[in-house]
Write a protein that binds this ligand. Sequence first.
Ligand code: KG4
Length: 339
Amino acid sequence: MNVTILGIESSCDDTSAAVICDGILLSNIIAGQKVHEAYGGVVPELASRAHQQNIIPVVEQAIKQSGKSKNELSAIAFTRGPGLLGSLLVGSSFAKGLSLALKIPIIDVNHLQAHVLAHFIKQSKNENSAPKFPFLCLLVSGGNSQIIAVRSWNNMQIIGQTIDDAAGEAFDKCAKVMGLPYPGGPLVDSLAKEGNYNAFRLNKPQIPAYDYSFSGLKTSFLYLLRDKLKTNPNFIEENKSDLCASLQYTIIEILMDKLRKAVKDLNINEVAIAGGVSANSGLRKALEEHAEKFQWKIHIPPFAFTTDNAAMVAMSGYFKYLNKEFSSIDAVPFARMII
Ligand code: KG4
């Protein structure tokens, strides 16, 4: 019998629903929330209200586009955390209500594990590009920067992580001080393509083992702008591409230095990237260069699976369904959760 999972994701500012049948993606609908742009960051209260408005049409569309009927669903997987509590409550409550109506189980999913397991989503029956265990995954998003040793779908160990800001935060906060709108990461990426990455030298942290730190880089960027603006008020406008290229280059160097060390020390040369920042063109290129130079086998996710999406939640739910790992109706979401 087919296993058909409806996935629901509402951990931050994207309302998403997806249907996966036997590991093959049938639909993945994402409704973003433009309301936050004016505030320079996600406003939790507004995010949960927008999820409340979006969730029914998004789920309906995902089911319709999948070609399956509600009665063919085997289970509903939902993001339990980590994330914004008000946002998580919308998705988890909706999943519970629908599961009771359809008399099918619910499956709670860890958002961070889901980002890693996005690499196992098949877009067609014969696709066979999933990583082999064990592999290392660099998970880089607006809230996380971690190197994870993935030994099986349910055995993941964080071997390094940021001690302060995440890589996505470094992109977004530095973009903000240049006057770019939120989220700044994609804009820095496109402006960097025109710039000289050697134009400005920024601080790289000295942190032991595989951990990351991005707060010093942020301060160094801020001080650079402050000093240059004293003598040239048009400094940012005149140097935006070079600033973006230098910033992006430094963030990627910080990320890759530790990843290279982890690959060497753990002797695992199968390497994946995941999370919103894995959409970055410079990071993708750096990974490809490392693959060539050090014979890594690399896995770069399709753009649709980099930022928050329900396809990865449905995929994680599929693994758990096969393992009969269901959750109870009184499961509460968690703002904080580790892998
Ligand atoms: O995984 P994600 O959608 O959300 C969570 O953090 O949960 O990641 C969002 C982050 C933001 O910081 C955004 O600026 C960054 O991913 N991002 C990028 C790019 N696309 C998204 N950063 C750099 N380059 C990009 N192309």
